[in-house]
Design a protein around this ligand. Structure first.
Ligand code: DP6
Length: 330
């Protein structure tokens, strides 16, 4: 017996960051977070449960995945199989339309697409909230790639209370995210290990305690489309996370000289009256956010910077969605 489904999901960029967990296994985060899905970037995943398979298989961008990636996928599939009351192994094929190894995190879109495809292949019908809870257990930020547009993940205290929901649809605010790739190197410490180090920083407790204030300000700026207020809180939140990273034991330094160069450029462009803001995830690349009205000017300015490998330009994206499955040989 074979049952197949396919789904697609966008990655997302967090304006208020997730860093550190209350529960590392279930990925119950230390604080709530807020993000925008990224239209233009996408993971497409097909899941085929097949009674002829001996074990799960994972093909990533046309290549068999390594043991660690497969184990992480199997862990989420086990949870989904328990819901469906089956033990059937699955073949998972997953493709990103953005170049891998650009340092753009794909775990959010990957686990969101995997969750929707696997649940559908088993004939289960879950609410958006339940899909978000499940995706969260694969990768925390994947919980935010299930709903569309601008999304808030409420931290909660357990599996049932920790999930994401839309604050506003993708058409709400015409923000543009220019992802400036300055390094394609694979990061040495991935997010999952980084989250576990967060609690070793003496700054993490203060960052977490202050998160409700930042969430209120970011939500308000977002709903009122107040870019000035948005810049202030998004950049502060990013710097708080990186301060925690740099003061963990051992410390994590994700920034490179090129990262700081871009931060300083953004500040000077803003002084000259351009509406522009930076944020940085667990890597050296910089997300440069601006309203659509400033996008052409920001692109021109970016063209003047040296040492940029590439730029990916994204607008607000929709929710994870089902696709027509392409049946591939098993
Ligand atoms: C810096 O969701 O990638 O991008 O749950 O271990 O997969 P895992 O971590 P992940 O962490 C994201 C960290 C971040 C901030 C954010 O997206 O909120």
């Amino acid at each position: 017996m074979i049952s197949t489904a396919a789904a697609a999901a966008h990655p997302n960029i967090a304006f208020i960051k997730y860093w550190g967990n209350q529960d590392d296994q279930l990925r119950i985060p230390a604080n709530g977070s807020l993000s925008m899905n990224l239209n233009g970037l996408e993971t497409k995943t097909t899941v085929s449960f097949n009674t002829d398979l001996a074990r799960d298989q994972l093909i990533l961008n046309g290549e068999p995945a390594g043991a660690d990636a497969l184990a992480r996928v199997s862990l989420l599939l086990d949870r989904i199989r328990r819901l469906g009351e089956v033990t059937t192994p699955a073949r998972v094929t997953s493709e990103n339309n953005f170049p891998t190894g650009t340092g753009i995190a794909s775990s959010a879109s990957a686990f969101a697409a995997l969750t929707l495809a696997a649940i559908t292949a088993l004939g289960l019908c879950l609410s958006e909230k339940e899909l978000s809870q499940l995706a969260r257990t694969g990768s925390g930020s994947a919980s935010r790639s299930i709903p569309g547009g601008f999304v808030e993940w409420q931290a909660g205290v357990d599996h049932d209370s920790s999930f994401a929901a839309s604050l506003a649809g993708q058409e709400h605010w015409d923000l543009v995210d220019n992802i400036v790739v300055i390094s394609r190197e694979h990061k040495k410490t991935g997010s999952s290990s980084g989250h576990q180090l967060a609690r070793t920083s003496p700054l993490q407790a203060a960052r977490v305690a202050d998160a409700p204030r930042r969430l209120v300000l970011c939500r308000k700026a977002l709903m009122e489309k107040d870019f000035e207020a948005f810049v202030e809180i998004v950049e502060q939140d990013c710097n708080l996370m990186h301060a925690v990273m740099m003061t963990s034991t051992p410390p994590l330094y994700y920034w490179q000289p090129g990262t700081v160069e871009i931060i300083q450029a953004v500040q000077s462009w803003r002084k000259d009256g351009l509406n522009v803001c930076f944020t940085i995830d667990a890597g050296p690349n910089v997300h440069i956010i601006c309203p659509k009205s400033a996008a052409a000017a920001v692109k021109r300015k970016l063209g003047t910077l040296a040492n940029i490998k590439s730029i990916l330009t994204c607008t607000p994206g929709g929710p994870a969605r089902l696709l027509e499955p392409e049946i591939t040989g098993v």
